[in-house]
Ligand binder design. Structure first.
Ligand code: UD1
Length: 335
């Protein structure tokens, strides 16, 4: 049977996508080097889906190991999540980021070439837009100079995929530009697993709610927004996961060799609104204070989602409260 290779399938978005794929009847093979994920996630995936799921602990920069997977399996398509993703760390260790994120991609594309694999979905980010002049941001907005080596790897990888797709007639590739993924699977069995102190807002909020952190620092209260705090387009990870299946299906019929889509809800929420939503669903009062701005943050961004709706037939359905509720359930299960 033909299979979908899910790289980084034990990570936050990869694990949720793996569940949706299996539930839809896809046969998947997960590869993950456990650099930012835990082997227990594999058990949880089998528990949620009641299916056996093939997993290989492989580093995608290891060309021979990658070749072996393709030799031993009939892979039909690839969803490529596996990448380093910490913005701050990428500034300190740029070569690690370029080596890992770019070599992994090239090894996979070489396999597409030699094994005639024609469907490829890539995990990209709204970071490619920087702070856009106008909102909501559409896919036709120009890409901005990346703020970090991490962001640059997303831009470079998109370009490599586009160039490769032009060189291969039947190859169809899609980059999905995620806005701010949040939430967790409704079972509470999988979710975001930040290593150490979380950088991202939602895990920081849930850890503060759980008493693991003293208080949340809200970075900046003097932005030009309705309550002075930054605005982001938070999207439920399960909605995001489902979009990958829509993308795989679209790759079957698309005319262009390469396309790219915003994945967001189209609605921006401020940091304070996210805090309020958490307080509402948890019944807790969150200890937070407004502090200075975090360097590198943009003021506001949210997606124009019409292209994904028109071509992929996909729209996000879950709201902010449902993101916070599921993230909170997951956090409580971790303790
Ligand atoms: C970050 C990454 C982005 C990545 C995304 C994944 C940067 C510059 N960008 O986006 O490339 O795709 O994560 O989810 O890091 N905030 C607080 N207190 C906190 C943490 C965050 O106030 O303790 C605020 C931030 O200032 C920001 C908002 O919450 O305004 C969202 O922050 P975060 O969750 O880190 O996401 P982004 O910075 O938008």
């Amino acid at each position: 049977m033909k299979k979908v290779l899910v790289t980084g399938g034990l990570g936050f978005i990869g694990s949720h996508t793996s569940v949706e794929l299996v539930n839809k009847g896809y046969q998947i093979i997960i590869v993950d080097n456990l650099s930012n994920s835990k082997i227990e996630v594999h058990d949880k995936l089998e528990q949620i889906t009641s299916k056996q799921i093939t997993f290989h602990d492989i580093d995608l920069t290891d060309r021979e190991a990658v070749a072996r997977i393709f030799h031993e399996n009939e892979i039909e398509s690839i969803i490529h999540f596996a990448a380093f993703k910490a913005v701050g760390e990428s500034v300190d260790k740029p070569l690690d980021y370029y080596r890992n994120n770019i070599d992994s991609l090239i090894n996979l594309l070489e396999m597409c070439d030699s094994h005639n694999i024609n469907k490829f979905v890539f995990s990209s980010s709204c970071t490619v837009y920087g702070q856009p002049d106008k909102l909501p941001v559409t896919e036709s907005f120009p890409k901005m100079q990346a703020e970090s080596p991490y962001g640059n790897t997303k831009q470079i990888c998109e370009e490599i995929i586009e160039d490769f797709s032009k060189s291969k007639k039947r190859f169809k590739a899609i980059s999905l530009r995620y806005f701010n993924p949040a939430g967790a699977h409704e079972s509470g069995l999988i979710g975001e697993l930040p290593l150490g102190v979380p950088n991202n807002l939602v895990p920081f909020i849930t850890q503060t709610g759980a008493g693991l952190r003293d208080k949340l620092n809200v970075f900046g209260g003097d932005y030009n927004t309705h309550d002075g705090t930054c605005i982001r387009d938070f999207i439920h990870v399960v909605d995001l996961a489902i979009a990958h299946i829509s993308a795989l299906e679209y790759a079957e019929k698309m005319e262009e060799n390469y396309d790219f889509f915003n994945l967001g809800t189209g609605k921006g929420y401020s940091v304070i609104e996210v805090v309020k939503s958490f307080e509402k669903v948890s019944g807790l009062s969150l200890n937070y204070q407004i502090v200075g701005r975090r360097s590198g943050d943009i003021e506001q961004i949210y997606a124009d989602t019409s292209k994904a709706k028109e071509r992929l037939g996909w729209v996000a359905e879950l709201d902010l409260d449902s993101m916070m509720e599921s993230a909170w359930r997951w956090q409580k299960n971790l303790q």
